[in-house]
Design a protein around this ligand. Structure first.
Ligand code: ZN
Length: 137
């Protein structure tokens, strides 16, 4: 089996014209986060071990890609999980996600079937100390 050349969610996102495709650094997107640890476990097609485990810090992107070489637009939006956590000021969360992509022709025009790759996500966030007191008061 050759190396997959299908675009993944992060590629499609990068090339899309949505407002949020303006790439901003993690610090710009989440100034309230001091530190973050994300663990992504994946099982399904294209995962060599039964569970592929990836660790991320502030190098995290909006999307985590799927490992299925036949999958187009595969992965899931980590950004939406993070935004919700920040809104609720959560420090720990465990989530599951099914790949949003599908197995199809290389450019994604023909769709054969949904990708069934499965992700388990663990997020730990440390927030910046609260700095909203007024020093000049
Ligand atoms: Zn997939």
């Amino acid at each position: 089996m050759g190396k997959g050349d299908r675009k993944k969610a992060a590629d499609v996102f990068r090339e899309s014209n949505f407002v949020f495709s303006q790439k901003v650094s993690f610090e710009e997107a989440f100034p309230e986060i001091a530190d973050i640890k994300v663990i992504v476990e994946e099982s399904g097609h294209g995962v060599r071990e039964w569970n592929r485990v990836r660790h991320y810090g502030k190098d995290i992107g909006e999307y985590i890609d799927c490992s299925n070489p036949l999958c187009y637009n595969g992965g899931f939006s980590l950004g939406s999980i993070l935004r919700e956590m920040v809104r609720k000021r959560e420090t720990h969360r465990e989530e599951t996600a099914i790949c949003q992509g599908y197995e199809g022709s290389p450019k994604g025009r023909r769709r054969y079937r949904d990708c069934m790759n499965f992700f388990r996500i663990t997020v730990d966030i440390q927030y910046q100390p609260n700095e909203d007191y007024d020093e000049d008061a």
